[in-house]
Design a protein. Structure first.
Length: 593
């Protein structure tokens, strides 16, 4: 009876932080608040009641139906390699089939363009580009310009995009990366769960992230770090069972992916893994197996992969920043950032920038976003809960709450739970609240959810399989959630990604089919949204058909015009749905910044 009482209470508390929609919404006209009851909850209740009714009034018929379906599912899941490949191609096939509803995403977020620059740079056979003489006019967010023109981010996501570039479009890399993530998580789950439950977990991941998620529908990342986490956590129990070199190499590859995608969260992820690994290795010294076997088969190849990864990271840093120990991200923070990274950091003195947009972003929006007050701490924490809840879960997952405590106290889940707690603490200590920062945890979340389903299925009310009904309803609701999102053309529940700025995209399309080379000077109007920046370019600036530059001061503008004498120069003043291009009035004196 305690579960029957506690479940609604826990569900109501979870609902209030789980989803971007807020129960209390401001009435824009009157300023009053109105209680809103989300439609999603009504759908959850209706579906859950339907499945519960079947379990109460027709339990044998329901169980026979699901048993027949489950038999074929189990047979397929037992063919482990086939299941992995089927899931990989399932993600690709379904997402391509939905292109009429969810088109190929257009970059629109600062971070996306930085990653796209990285992918383009790699495609040209370079790790970094030389500083351009006119870099002040091309200066853009999350990009270093001195000593090299390069993205500030770790290289793993850029490598995925480079594969896409080579295949015809960077989104192809995103598509393949998300499919690989789902396959890797299934491989990981197969080491922790019975095969049919592992297959179910892989399908849940494919549905949640492979269709209508910004991981699939943007260039921002997430899948690479999630793949790294899955390789590490999936290799550990295999190493303990078979002591094979291939598993050690896969663990090393996973660690390398984490270090080169989400290094901070990846480091936290690997701390419990390292403890468990060395505990196992110490135990081997007391077993009948010769100690040289795990050292030769596991420790040496793992150490070799990690050493190569560290060497590559040092070389990459040296090529981009001039110092092996200085990461591009750190260099960019020193150059541009005044705000801190962690909750306890105090902002530095505001820096001076070359344009008003940087002043507004770094000295304005970033510093205003977090001010080292407890109120800001709670606000940032609430943002992380709502954004991450929408990214990693779905409304129907609330039905799994009765089984979740049993999963948490399951002895087999101690290590995954330790990883979850370690990374979650680190995630909540960082000021910024992007859900993909916690991407290494994706496989752990999938594991805990499936384990909650397994425990929930054992719960009965008056001898009726109500727990099984709730678990089935939760799975069906994820499919319904994705189907409704696709039907409404929602490619990202957070509405962050997918479409970019249609006006900028229209200009790119127009000028790409206009003869000659073009230079578009962007003059931002007063109060323009600093998050909707237009000045982004590729790796090859001088040879590009279309370039975007900021209007700065008259002297810098004139140097820019003299440098690009062979180009048609245009002026654009970004506003909503504004695609008007006019020849730049070279004789006019632009507004000083």
């Amino acid at each position: 009876m305690s579960n029957e009482i506690g479940y609604p209470v826990a569900a109501w508390g979870a609902i209030q932080v789980w989803h971007p929609r807020i129960f209390l919404e401001m009435n824009s006209a009157s300023g009053s608040t109105m209680l809103q009851f989300p439609t999603e909850i009504l759908v959850v209740l209706i579906v859950a009641l339907g499945f519960i009714s079947l379990s109460l009034f027709a339990p044998r018929s329901a169980e026979n139906f699901f048993r027949r379906f489950g038999s074929g599912f189990t047979k397929l899941a037992e063919r482990k390699t086939l299941a992995i490949w089927l899931l990989f191609f399932f993600v690709i096939t379904v997402r391509l089939a939905l292109l009429p509803r969810l088109s190929i995403p257009i970059g629109g977020i600062h971070d996306e363009f930085s990653y796209l620059l990285m992918g383009d740079t790699f495609t040209h056979g370079r790790l970094a580009n030389p500083t351009h003489p006119m870099w002040i006019s091309f200066e853009t967010f999350h990009v270093n310009w001195i000593p090299t023109y390069s993205s500030k981010y770790p290289p793993a996501q850029g490598l995925v995009l480079a594969i896409g570039y080579l295949l015809g479009h960077p989104w192809i890399g995103v598509l393949l990366g998300n499919a690989a993530m789902a396959a890797a998580i299934l491989w990981m789950l197969q080491a922790w769960l019975p095969t049919r439950w592992a297959f179910l977990g892989g399908i849940l991941v494919a549905l949640k992230f492979g269709i209508a998620s910004y991981w699939m529908n943007s260039y921002w990342g997430g899948a690479v770090a999630a793949t790294g986490g899955a390789l590490v956590l999936g290799a550990l129990p295999r190493i303990a069972r078979s002591v094979e070199t291939k598993d050690a190499l896969l663990m090393g590859l996973g660690i390398a992916l984490l270090a080169n995608s989400r290094p901070f969260e990846g480091f936290l992820f690997c701390i419990p893994i390292a403890g468990s690994f060395f505990w196992w290795l110490a135990g081997k010294s007391k077993s009948r197996m010769p100690m040289r076997t795990p050292i030769r088969n596991v420790l040496v190849p793992l150490a070799a992969v990690m050493a190569l990864s560290v060497a590559f990271m040092g070389y990459y840093n040296w090529r981009l920043t001039g110092h092996a120990a200085v990461f591009p991200y750190v260099l960019n923070a020193r150059t541009y950032e005044s705000a801190g990274l962690f909750l306890w950091d105090h902002p530095r003195e505001p820096l001076h920038y070359n344009n008003e947009q940087f002043e507004e972003f770094y000295s304005g929006w970033e510093l205003e976003n977090y001010n080292n007050s407890w109120r800001d701490v709670w606000r940032v924490t609430a943002e992380k809960l709502t954004r991450s809840g929408s990214t990693y879960f779905w409304w129907g997952a609330l039905l799994l709450l009765p089984g979740l405590p049993f999963a948490f106290f399951d002895r087999k889940m101690r290590l995954p739970l330790a990883i979850f707690l370690m990374v979650t603490v680190g995630f909540f200590l960082v000021i910024w609240s992007m859900p993909h920062y916690a991407a290494p945890l994706t496989c752990v979340i999938a594991l805990l959810l499936v384990q909650a389903i397994r425990h929930l299925r054992t719960m009965k009310v008056f001898g009726r399989p109500v727990g099984a009904a709730l678990s089935r309803a939760a799975v069906v609701l994820l499919a319904v959630d994705m189907a409704l999102g696709v039907a409404h053309g929602v490619c990202d529940p957070l509405s962050w990604a997918c479409t970019g700025d249609p006006s900028r995209a229209a200009i790119v399309e127009k000028l790409s089919h206009t003869p000659g080379k073009h230079l578009v000077i962007v003059r931002y109007p007063e109060g323009y949204n600093v998050h909707d920046d237009w000045v982004f370019n590729g790796a090859e600036i001088d040879s590009a058909k279309l370039l975007w530059a900021r209007e700065t001061n008259p002297q810098q503008n004139q140097r820019l015009f003299d440098y690009f004498k062979d180009r048609q120069i245009w002026l654009i003043q970004p506003e909503e749905d504004n695609t008007e291009l006019i020849p730049y009035p070279l004789a006019a004196t632009p507004q000083k910044h």
